[in-house]
Design a protein around this ligand. Structure first.
Ligand code: FE2
Length: 396
């Protein structure tokens, strides 16, 4: 009898140890799922990272049956890519809402949704812009909460978010990516990342970009973290200021050709260090001398930057130079009297862009949804192809 009791106790203890061990060894989703957009309106790239080696499945569809497609995924690679999964969903319909979910075993799952990018001939689009999300993830979370409110109240904003760089404090350290940008405890940031693709630039805090490339593998041009893409009626050029962009450089030649060849009515440049800003870090004279002139010649409407942790807008040669560095980094005091500055605010904030044909409506909002700036750009009405001959006839 005693022997049986001992065996029973030993068995229970063993089960307890197994249960505890099982709990301790359960895989954990460390990052994501999150989204990036490679510039193809029939695709969306989904990324996530576990703490151990597991195969996963991803399913997607127009509703919660996830019946459009499914795939199995394995780790993207070893070394720094350990336990990272990347899957590009293809064959989607442009400007369409999809749901997706991933599963890597019991209790290791995630889900989200997205809109594919608009058709190339779309005339209207809405999008979001922010950046400098480093250092204070709780403030980043608060900004993302209000950005979620924006696309919840108006689903046309669930499109894409542009990021102006300085994603984390030490971009060369895995620990900062884990505890800042991707920290699973910051639920609004996690939700935001799972439901809208984020495309952005390398800031100085991303260092050599080694880990930035891991987490944000956009289809870069050779030799730097610069590239461009179209989003409906907008052409967006991503400039890397930590690779030479002076006249004659490979990047400058690329940017010149890129802007000249785009036929989009709207053009944005996204970079990190602003040409005209409101104090803190000085105005970047290379942007003033090498980028602004290209922008003027090629019909760029807005140049987005960060680096200084506030909101500021400079109006230079009709181009709006936006500093939107209030995504979570410690705030600076903007100098409202700085050269060319027409608006500024010491706020955690983000920007909303609403393009309707030849009109662009811009609103900057703080983390509580209060408007801190707005402006409107109206493009000159395009002359119909037949007009020159009519004019020639009238004045003949
Ligand atoms: Fe910076």
């Amino acid at each position: 009898m005693l022997k049986n009791k001992w065996i029973a106790k030993a068995g229970l203890a063993g089960l307890s140890i197994l249960f505890c061990f099982g709990q301790l060894s359960a895989a954990v989703l460390k990052k994501g799922p999150y989204l990036i957009y490679d510039g193809v309106n029939t695709q969306m790239k989904v990324l996530w990272q576990l703490d151990s080696s597991l195969s996963c499945t991803i399913k997607w569809g127009r509703d919660a049956s996830y019946s459009t497609g499914a795939a199995n995924t394995d780790e993207n690679g070893s070394g720094k890519h350990e336990h990272q999964h990347i899957y590009t969903i293809d064959g989607l319909t442009p400007y369409t809402h999809y749901l997706y979910k991933i599963n890597c075993g019991a209790g290791v799952d995630g889900n989200g949704s997205f809109y594919t990018a608009p058709l190339s001939d779309a005339r209207n689009v809405k999008l979001l812009v922010y950046g400098d999300t480093r250092s204070f993830p709780a403030d980043h979370d608060a900004v993302n909460r209000e950005m979620i409110n924006t696309y919840t109240s108006d689903p046309e904003f669930q499109t894409i978010a542009l990021h102006v760089g300085d994603w984390v404090n030490h971009g060369y350290q895995e620990a900062d990516w884990s505890s800042q940008f991707f920290d699973p405890s910051h639920t609004y940031s996690n939700k935001f990342q799972a439901n809208i693709p984020i495309n952005g630039v390398r800031g100085n805090h991303e260092g050599d970009g080694n880990l930035f490339l891991k987490y944000f593998p956009y289809p870069y041009e050779t030799g730097g973290f610069y590239w461009s893409f179209d989003y409906g009626p907008v052409h967006i050029a991503i400039v890397d200021q930590y690779v030479d962009y002076s006249p004659g450089s490979v990047q400058h030649n690329w940017l010149k050709k890129d802007l000249e060849s785009s036929t989009k009515r709207w053009k944005f440049i996204v970079l990190h260090e602003p040409g005209w800003t409101a104090g803190g870090h000085d105005n970047n004279v290379d942007v003033q001398n090498h980028i602004n002139s290209l922008a003027v010649k090629n019909g760029v409407n807005i140049i987005f930057a960060g680096h200084n942790h506030y909101y500021a807008r400079a109006d230079v040669d009709g181009i709006q130079h936006i500093t939107t560095g209030g995504g979570g980094a410690p705030l600076y005091d903007p100098d409202s009297n700085a050269e060319k500055i027409v608006s500024s605010s010491k706020s955690y904030h983000f920007c909303e862009i609403d393009i309707r044909g030849d009109d662009l409506y811009f609103t900057a909002k703080d983390k509580n949804g209060l408007q801190i700036d707005s402006f409107h750009i109206a493009l000159p009405t395009k002359m119909p192809a037949s007009m020159p001959s009519i004019i020639a006839y009238l004045f003949d």
